[in-house]
Design a protein around this ligand. Sequence first.
Ligand code: S3P
Length: 173
Amino acid sequence: MDGRGRAIVLIGFMGSGKSSAGRILERRTGWPRFDTDEMVSARFGRPIPAIFEEFGEEEFRNAETEELGRLSGITPAVVVTGGGIVLRPGNVELLRRVGTLVHLEADEETLFRRVSRRATRPLLQTADPRATLVELLRVRLPLYRQAADVHLDTSHLTHEEVAEAVLEKLQSI
Ligand code: S3P
């Protein structure tokens, strides 16, 4: 792990449980938590859907990368990322310097059930959100898998169990 920080970095698709697990990990570790969606939202002074609507995805992605840049050197910490963070290879490189990348996975059915609870994901506000999810997942799953140091299937776990399993897995690497 030479040159790597000590942060726990959660990556994964929308609905994989990153935000909830991140809050529990913050409490369990006592480390500060940084959530890239919250950081971008604060930067624009708007919720994520409004940023996509007013500025577009590209501006959101630029801000996401810039906010990520502010994380270098913060260690130890819990870092929660947006599901699209892996789309830019430079983002992944940066995150790998910050800490250990934990990929929270879930099966398609579970992801869809979780994301359907709230209409806060602009990318899924389409005529056929299920088909959109399947397509996004097809493109992104290999990226998460390639980027991550550790993988965890959260489909049948509570948020507390996810946090517990993350801590256990990190102890063993
Ligand atoms: C996105 C995921 C969202 C948020 C934005 C874009 C994506 O974060 O960053 O809506 O491209 O997958 P969550 O993964 O926390 O839902």
